[in-house]
Design a protein around this ligand. Structure first.
Ligand SMILES: [Zn+2]
Length: 144
């Protein structure tokens, strides 16, 4: 584990998160600065900076959990599609963003673009109770 890595610390339980799914290798939890309600992150617990460095069996597990979370998001939010993207902009620990897509710009969101294309506007953090409720709904939808 990389000592200063935020997601390693979350995976180790040192920092709380709104957990959706957890097993020995994978953690899925809500992004606390969601583009849309339900915006989730799926990470391997092992520290890999880049998604292309995740060994294939583990990468396949990240993908399988992401698929299950996406199915739950579609059911809860009634969206046609869930976007999945690895950007690696803020935390150097590979993480898949899963975003219920309400608009074609929801992966490169207008929220992010609010201060112009050269800046990055962080979406507001919803109340913890709201996030806890979303995480609970998603946990109930997973069939892992
Ligand atoms: Zn890490």
């Amino acid at each position: 584990m990389a000592q200063a890595c935020l997601f390693c610390r979350i995976a180790a339980g040192e920092i709380p998160c709104h957990r959706i799914h957890e097993d020995e290798e994978i953690l899925a939890f809500l992004d606390i600065h969601p583009v849309r309600p339900g915006h989730a992150l799926v990470i391997p617990k092992a520290h890999h900076v880049w998604f292309e460095e995740i060994p294939e069996p583990l990468g396949a597990r990240v993908f399988a959990v992401s698929q299950a979370v996406a199915r739950g998001l579609k059911e809860i939010y009634g969206v046609e599609r869930v976007g999945m993207v690895f950007t690696g902009i803020h935390v150097p620990h590979a993480h898949a963003h899963l975003i219920p897509m309400r608009h074609q710009h929801d992966v490169t969101s207008e929220i992010y673009l609010r201060d112009g294309p050269e800046a990055f506007h962080l979406p507001p953090q919803p109340p913890a109770e709201e996030l806890a409720e979303i995480a609970e709904k998603l946990r109930a939808k997973l069939d892992l």
